[in-house]
Structures are given as structure tokens and as C-alpha cells.
Design a protein around this ligand. Structure first.
Ligand SMILES: Cc1cc2nc3c(=O)[nH]c(=O)nc-3n(C[C@H](O)[C@H](O)[C@H](O)COP(=O)(O)OP(=O)(O)OC[C@H]3O[C@@H](n4cnc5c(N)ncnc54)[C@H](O)[C@@H]3O)c2cc1C
Ligand SMILES: *[C@@H]1O[C@H](CO)[C@@H](O)[C@H](O)[C@H]1NC(C)=O
Ligand SMILES: *[C@@H]1O[C@H](CO)[C@@H](O)[C@H](O)[C@H]1NC(C)=O
Ligand SMILES: *[C@@H]1O[C@H](CO)[C@@H](O)[C@H](O)[C@H]1NC(C)=O
Length: 457
């Protein structure tokens, strides 16, 4: 590929930025990244105070990729954002989803295959002995679990800011705000009959032409291009509890803990903000709107300075219940703030790094499916190879844009617990559902208020 080709990357999350950096450092000279906001984007999925970094996977490809990334997170380049520490996986053998036990079994097998260490937690007392910060009394009957000391968490906002700065140093241009917020992709027919994207058209009426376009718009992607049922955006719940400085100290050795039976997981305290963050890795909520030709789920599109302080009531209860199991006293005081964070899900949980079937110069890098952040140090290399069609046949097949879902009913592909999506067993909790009318009004009302406040500043 001609290195002076004009490359427009839409989306400055982990996929867009890591691709920009890889291309810029392998000789491409004309790269422009567009986004609704300057990264770290306040409501982008790649921004927050923490993301789990682990290579415990029930899938060999992601386990190996996770290990490759983990080794880099441990180098000085990521010292300002990465915090090493153990990751605990727990599940109830019966009741709820059997998926948890399945995930544990497959993950242990893969770690064994790769010669990587893990430690069994045969009963709840073993959990409490090894991690005394766990003050609660999780149910002991039918408990199973293990942990991996080679894991940790990254301050996502800090890591993304570092990646952005490396992009700027490497010569990548950024266009953000209304002139970087893409309203649609302009396209035209070639003499050959092929359809090509000619420019990104922006909210302020601007036109940004290019030769190749890379769409890395996360959960917003299906609202910009025909997605052929290959993705669906789901909102997931997150909560933040305020800790005192002495609690931050007392809980500093709290591990990352996943409860596969409910999807609940929690982080060690975030010292800088004084927050203890908890979330659910679940099937989530959809927010449908009329978009490119049909109804798709997408996050609100207006640029906002912070996520709206809102999750559905039942979500609040799930977060509280999860926290009560491990830190009952802390759970008492409730959440200072909650928010939604968006996954762009694919039916298999695999990423999509491929050219769009309809537009020959449009490459799509999306489908993070709730687990992509950890790959920040390495994923650009793979996306860059896919873009230049030099990726191995195995990975090309794994990350292809699937066209066979097009005529299948979306409900069958993305049904929640019955679906293959999240079928790696790492999800728990109720089935996916659409926000109720009330929840929708509340979310959109709060978002509009935040967007308007921003516009006035
Ligand atoms: C609650 C939560 C917890 C998670 N936990 C983990 C974890 O512990 N470990 C892990 O590895 N992963 C985790 N993930 C997943 C990971 O964060 C995502 O897979 C990853 O961040 C997705 O990156 P992205 O670049 O695809 O999307 P994003 O970061 O959302 O980037 C997309 C960008 O596109 C921009 N954009 C959208 N539309 C337009 C437009 N029209 N014009 C211009 N720009 C546009 C947006 O502003 C946004 O900045 C979690 C995700 C969530 C939501
Ligand atoms: C990219 O190419 C365009 C058109 O040729 C040119 O105007 C622009 O200055 C180039 N940008 C960079 C960063 O080289
Ligand atoms: C996981 O969730 C189940 C169901 O709510 C609960 O009984 C159990 O105690 C939890 N385990 C942990 C370790 O939090
Ligand atoms: C909408 O549908 C038409 C007709 O099927 C198709 O040609 C067009 O590309 C679609 N529009 C977009 C932006 O996807």
C-alpha cells in the first residue's frame, strides 16, 4: 500500500488510536483521526479509571494475545497507568448459569497448555485466607474459583492519554469536536461498479476527504454503516463508591474479583480518585433508534463532558448485592455515582478487523465485546496487518466481517444468556433487554442536559 495514502480513522478509542500509532510508526505519512471529542473521550468505552488486564481466557488466541499485552503493560512505557495485582475468578457450580464453571474449566486448561501458572481456590475459606481484605462471607456451598497473580488493572484514561500523545509525536493529525464528529460517510460509484467512500461529512457541514477510511467507532458503529447484523451495542452498569483515605490503604491488597454467577466484578481502590469501582460483565441493555435504514441500538451521540449519572434501578440492586458479598460494610453506604458503559458486541465475541463488504476502501475495526482494552499495547499491530491484508489466515478468519448473519433474525444472534455471545461463560446476570421508556427518557434527558451545559461553556 502506498505510504502517502490519505488515511482517515474515525474513532479515538483503543482500536482507533492503536491503529493510528501502528500505521504512523510503520511509515504511513498521512493519517488523520476524527472523534466527537479529544481523547480520552469522556463517554468513550476506552475511558474510565480502570480496566482489567488479564490473560485468563477460555479461548487460546485471546489468552496468547493477552499474555503478549500483559508483558508489555509491565514495561516502563505503561508504568504510569498499569497496576500489577491478582485476578480472582469465582462461580457457584449450580444455580444461575453453568457458564461460569465452564469458563473456569476451559481457562485453567488453556493456561496449562500455555505453561502459565494459576492457583486453585477450592473453597471460600481459601479465598478469605489468601485475600484477607475480602471481609464478607460469600456463599461457600458449591463455590469454586482460582486466581492468577499475573494480572492487574490499568487506569484507562491515563493509558489512552499516553497513546494519544505517542500518536501526536508520530505525526498523526487529530480533528475533534463538531468538525471531527462524523454525521455520515459520503460515497460514490467507481467506473468499475465498486462503491467507495469519498469523504467523512461532519456535524458542522465539513467534508474530510480521504483514500482509505478506518471506522473504529465502537458502540456507535452500527449507526454509521450497514452492519449486516454483525454487531449490537449494549449498555453495561458501573458503580463508584467513595472511600476514605484510610479505607483506600486498608483495601489496597483487595484483588480484582469476578463472580461469574452474576457477572459482578470489582477492582482494588483507585488511589487518585478515592473510588472503589464495581461493574457487571453481563448481557446489558439496548437503546434503539432509527438509523442507517433500520432500527439499531446505539449510545446517545451528542458529545458530553462526563457520563450521565444513571443506571436502571435493578442494576443498582445488582451492583449493591455483588458488593455486599465481599465488602458488606462498604456496600452499606451506596454509590456516589453510577454510569453506563457501552460494549459493541459480536455474535461470537470476536473482534471485527476487516473491510466492509459494501465499500471497498472502508476498513472496520470494532466489536470490542467488553474485553478489548487490555490489548492496547499490541492490538494496533494486528489491526494494521489486517488493514494491509498481511494478517495470518487464522486471524483473518477469526476477525472477519461476517456476512452470513445478514438475513438471520437479530434476536437469534444476540439473545442474551442463550446466545453464543458471551458464550465463553464470562457473562452472568439477566438476559439482554431494551431500556424501558422511562429509563430511556431519564438517560436521554440527563445526557441532553450535560451536552447543553457543555455547549454553553
Ligand atoms: C463497563 C466496561 C468495562 C470494561 N472492562 C474491560 C476490562 O476490564 N478489560 C478489558 O480489556 N476491556 C474492558 N472493556 C472493553 C473495552 O473497554 C472496549 O472493548 C474498548 O474500549 C473498545 O474500544 P473502541 O475503540 O472500540 O471504542 P471506543 O473507545 O468507544 O471508541 C470509539 C470512539 O468513536 C467515537 N465516535 C463514535 N461515533 C463517532 C462519530 N460519528 N464521529 C466521530 N467519532 C465518533 C467515540 O467518540 C469514541 O471515542 C470494558 C468496557 C466497558 C464498557
Ligand atoms: C495529506 O494529504 C493532503 C492532500 O494531499 C495534504 O493536503 C495534507 O497536507 C497531507 N497531510 C499530511 C499530514 O501530510
Ligand atoms: C457470587 O454470587 C452468588 C449469587 O449471588 C453469591 O451467592 C456468592 O456469594 C457470590 N460469590 C462471591 C465470591 O462474591
Ligand atoms: C440504505 O439502503 C439502500 C438500499 O438498500 C442502500 O443502497 C444504502 O447503501 C443504504 N444506506 C446506507 C447509508 O447504508
Amino acid at each position: 500500500m502506498d505510504k502517502s495514502t490519505r488515511i482517515i480513522i474515525i474513532g479515538a478509542g483503543v482500536f482507533g488510536l492503536s491503529t493510528a500509532l501502528d500505521l504512523a510508526t510503520t511509515g504511513f505519512t498521512n493519517i488523520t483521526v476524527l472523534d466527537r471529542c479529544m481523547p480520552p473521550v469522556p463517554d468513550g468505552s476506552s475511558n474510565d479509571i480502570s480496566r482489567v488486564i488479564r490473560f485468563d481466557y477460555g479461548d487460546k488466541v485471546y489468552a496468547q494475545l493477552g499474555k503478549e499485552a500483559y508483558d508489555l503493560w509491565n514495561t516502563p512505557a505503561y508504568a504510569d497507568s498499569f497496576h500489577q495485582g491478582p485476578c480472582v475468578w469465582t462461580s457457584q457450580k449450580k444455580g444461575g448459569l453453568a457458564g461460569g464453571s465452564d469458563f473456569i474449566r476451559r481457562t485453567k486448561n488453556i493456561l496449562d497448555d500455555l505453561g502459565l501458572e494459576w492457583h486453585d481456590l477450592p473453597h471460600v475459606d481459601a479465598l478469605k485466607q489468601r485475600f484477607p481484605a475480602v471481609a464478607g462471607r460469600p456463599i461457600g456451598e458449591e463455590f469454586e474459583g482460582f486466581y492468577n497473580n499475573a494480572a492487574g488493572w490499568a487506569d484507562a484514561g491515563v493509558a489512552i492519554a499516553g497513546l494519544r500523545d505517542r500518536c501526536i509525536e508520530a505525526g498523526v493529525s487529530f480533528v475533534t469536536g463538531p468538525h471531527g464528529h462524523v454525521s455520515y460517510l459520503e460515497h460514490g460509484k467507481e467506473d468499475s461498479g465498486e462503491i467507495k467512500i469519498t469523504a467523512a461529512r461532519t456535524l458542522d457541514g465539513g467534508r474530510i476527504p480521504g483514500d482509505k477510511f478506518i471506522l473504529a467507532t465502537g458502540a456507535w458503529t452500527a449507526s454509521l454503516i450497514p452492519s449486516w447484523n454483525s454487531m449490537v451495542a449494549t449498555a453495561q452498569i458501573v458503580g463508584f463508591v467513595r472511600l476514605t483515605p484510610s479505607e483506600v490503604q486498608a483495601l489496597k491488597d483487595l484483588p480484582i474479583i469476578f463472580n461469574l454467577s452474576t457477572g459482578f466484578f470489582s477492582f482494588p481502590p483507585h488511589e487518585k480518585s478515592g473510588y472503589l469501582k464495581v461493574a457487571c460483565h453481563s448481557f446489558g441493555y439496548t437503546l434503539s433508534s432509527e438509523s442507517v435504514n433500520k432500527s439499531v441500538s446505539a449510545p446517545p451521540s451528542r458529545a458530553i463532558p462526563a457520563r450521565a449519572n444513571f443506571i436502571p434501578q435493578e442494576g443498582m440492586e445488582r451492583l449493591s448485592a455483588g458488593l455486599r458479598e465481599i465488602l458488606p460494610e462498604i456496600a452499606e453506604r451506596g454509590f456516589e455515582k453510577t454510569c453506563l458503559c457501552w460494549y459493541n458486541e459480536t455474535p461470537t465475541g470476536d473482534f471485527i478487523f476487516d473491510f466492509h463488504p459494501e465499500y471497498q476502501n472502508l476498513f472496520v475495526a470494532t466489536g470490542g465485546t467488553g474485553h478489548a482494552f487490555k490489548f492496547l499495547p499490541v492490538i494496533g499491530k494486528y489491526i494494521g496487518s489486517a488493514f494491509q491484508r498481511t494478517l495470518s489466515p487464522e486471524l483473518t478468519a477469526k476477525w472477519k466481517f461476517h456476512t452470513e448473519y445478514r438475513d438471520q433474525p437479530r434476536e437469534k444472534l444476540f439473545t442474551g444468556s442463550n446466545s453464543r455471545n458471551g458464550g465463553d461463560g464470562s457473562r452472568g446476570g439477566p438476559d439482554r433487554r431494551e431500556f424501558s421508556a422511562q429509563e430511556r427518557d431519564r438517560l436521554l434527558g440527563l445526557t441532553d442536559a450535560l451536552a447543553t451545559r457543555r455547549a454553553r461553556i
